[in-house]
Design a protein around this ligand. Structure first.
Ligand SMILES: Nc1ncnc2c1ncn2[C@@H]1O[C@H](COP(=O)(O)OP(=O)(O)O)[C@@H](O)[C@H]1O
Ligand SMILES: [Mg+2]
Length: 190
């Protein structure tokens, strides 16, 4: 199976996933290749760091230029199972707790970027970055909350509660959740 995502082409086989950032024609070729390699390196580095700290993420098998080879996680996207299995949000919360404790901000926490089997795995670190700022972490989970409300309205409230239950494993969770209120307030008056 293979498909083209927002930023990359994904090829999925039985046990591995190959993610390739394709050239962007509007960029100068040399600069383009530099940017793609740099982003791919960052993505692989951040995933390795997350894994080392116990976050459920696919294992990086290889990274070369703008190509990452990683372990394939068997299972469905969280968005496909969420309605029947809201409990899974707690597992997602625990994983984001560990991620934020490591000062990694995912940057695109959606129910498409989590794979569900017995556990939840977080994938797609294409927009991830290092940060110890409470604000960045609050914005990270704010996106997830918005996705729940817009894509899973029937279970959004319960799903968010489960997420927070798991997220509270993070020692700074209270601060981030407090900052989230501020982010939401800002959002309303924008
Ligand atoms: N390691 C993986 N294991 C299983 N499925 C994956 C894996 N990586 C990506 N996928 C699947 O491919 C989709 C797109 O990959 P992703 O990394 O999110 O790229 P993008 O969103 O930039 O296109 C994911 O939503 C997921 O369904
Ligand atoms: Mg994605």
């Amino acid at each position: 199976m293979s498909f083209r995502g927002a930023e990359a082409v994904i090829e999925i086989t039985d046990d591995r996933v190959v993610k390739t950032r394709e050239p962007k024609k509007y960029r100068h070729p040399e600069l383009d290749s530099k940017i793609r390699t740099e982003r791919t390196k960052t993505e692989a580095r951040i995933m390795k760091k997350a894994k080392k700290h116990g976050v459920n993420v696919p294992e990086i098998l290889d990274q070369e230029d703008s190509v990452i080879k990683m372990q394939r996680i068997e299972g469905l996207q969280l968005k496909e199972v969420l309605e029947e299995d809201v409990e899974k949000m707690k597992s997602l919360g625990e994983n984001v707790a560990l991620l934020h404790d490591t000062d990694i901000v995912h940057g695109d926490l959606t129910t498409s970027n989590a794979v569900s089997n017995d556990y939840i795995y977080i994938i797609d670190f294409g927009l991830a970055f290092h940060s110890d700022r409470v604000e960045d972490k609050a914005v990270d989970i704010h996106l997830l909350k918005q996705v729940l409300n817009s894509s899973h309205p029937e279970v959004a409230e319960e799903a968010w509660e489960k997420f927070v239950e798991g997220y509270r494993k993070y020692s700074e969770a209270d601060k981030v959740l407090e900052q989230l209120k501020e982010v939401e307030r800002r959002g309303r008056y924008k």
